[in-house]
Design a protein around this ligand. Structure first.
Ligand SMILES: [Zn+2]
Length: 372
């Protein structure tokens, strides 16, 4: 009798232990089916903010089933290949290994980002690459203003490097390889968004060339370099969309004739398709071109929820060929990571409902709901 009682007790314990894990597994399988990439993109933390950031990964990203972390590094790392490019206060190898270890324990894939081609300056400040190597500047005649305003006579948003400069890739690829190695990464994000300066008529190498061909050639060069180490290239999608015909404008799409590059770049480049003000349906365009795509919201929770639902719909209503190109969603954050965490943890008060913090929460609540 006692044995029988013990048997039933054991059975009950086994069942009560088994049922949550079975349902968790089901949810995990469903979430991977509806949304394979569940991403978060943010500037890498400063060294003195690392602990708070690691806690955020463990306590906020992991429980929400985030599985991809795009970390914008640029020169926030103590590069040994090019120490002259380091920020003055940059992450050490030990800091990075802590990020790698925490993300690995949370099943989060880290994709480091260093802006290539465009975004080599910001407002009135030149970035580290062009500061150390002014010869790489696509538009050396455009001087950085004391007081930056947009619009301005030079059409200066951000500087670009010249993709045809004979020495530029030796420098940037050393940096790319080093950052991918230290992060033990199998993918790299090269940025490449909002490139306004390309094929400048004053550039002795680029003038007169087709901007679409120049852009596509740079994508291919970076992609081929990464492929040597089995790594995949991710880029922002805006230069591949026609801003005029679509009405998407000159920021989230191209007004400078780069958009035909969509047919010239290798098909294994992953497109991060960002639309912050409207839930545009452009993922379909990329998927029909044979390119895999993630949708990236920023600060409008309602749009992010619509975009997540669209992503699921695209996967459900597509051919077998196209379905797997709709990879998922990546929440983007464009403040510094410390600023974001201060808002997230209520240290800094948020005035508007339209912020990256609210958008992040709404997006991942919706993904969890869709996966039930
Ligand atoms: Zn050039």
């Amino acid at each position: 009798m006692n044995n029988m009682k013990n048997f039933f007790s054991l059975l009950l314990i086994t069942l009560s232990l088994a049922s949550p894990s079975v349902s968790q597994e089901k949810t995990a399988a469903k979430i991977d089916t509806i949304m394979p990439v569940r991403g978060f993109c943010i500037a890498s933390p400063q060294p003195d903010n690392l602990d708070k950031f690691l806690r955020f990964i463990k306590e906020e990203l992991a429980p929400r089933n985030v599985n991809t972390l795009i970390l914008r590094i640029d020169y926030n790392y103590q590069y040994t290949s090019h120490p002259e490019l380091r920020d003055s206060n940059a992450l050490s190898e030990k800091d990075v290994k802590m990020l790698v270890s925490v993300c690995r324990s949370c099943n989060i894939r880290i994709i480091p980002q260093v802006n290539l081609l465009g975004h080599q300056s910001w407002a009135g400040t030149t970035g580290n690459l062009l500061k150390a190597y002014p010869g790489f500047d696509e538009t050396p005649l455009v001087k950085m203003p004391d007081k930056y305003v947009w619009p301005n006579a030079d059409g200066l948003y951000c500087k670009s490097y010249c993709p045809l400069h004979p020495e530029v890739h030796d420098v940037v690829f050393a940096v790319v390889d080093e950052i991918c190695d230290v992060f033990e990464a199998d993918a790299f994000h090269a940025g490449m968004d909002e490139v306004f300066y390309i094929g400048d008529k004053q550039c002795p190498r680029c003038s007169g060339r087709d901007p679409a061909e120049l852009f596509a050639a740079e994508v291919r060069t970076i992609r081929d370099h990464l492929a040597l180490n089995g790594r995949t290239l991710w880029i922002w999608g805006d230069r591949l969309l026609d801003g005029k015909t679509t009405g998407l404008g000159e920021w989230e799409a191209s007004f400078n004739n780069t958009h035909r590059a969509v047919d010239m770049i290798p098909r294994d480049v992953i497109i991060c398709d960002w639309h912050y003000e409207r839930p545009d349906q452009t993922p379909v365009y990329f998927a029909m071109k044979g390119l895999s795509v993630v949708t990236c919201p920023w600060r409008m929770p309602e749009n992010a929820v619509l975009q997540a639902n669209d992503m699921v719909k695209f996967r459900n209503h597509s051919t077998d060929e196209m379905r797997e190109r709709f990879l998922g969603m990546v929440q983007t954050v464009w403040s510094g990571s410390e600023q974001f965490l201060n808002s997230y943890y209520g240290i800094r008060k948020e005035e508007s409902p339209n912020t990256a913090v609210h958008c992040f929460k709404a997006l991942f609540d919706e993904i969890a709901r869709l996966a039930k």
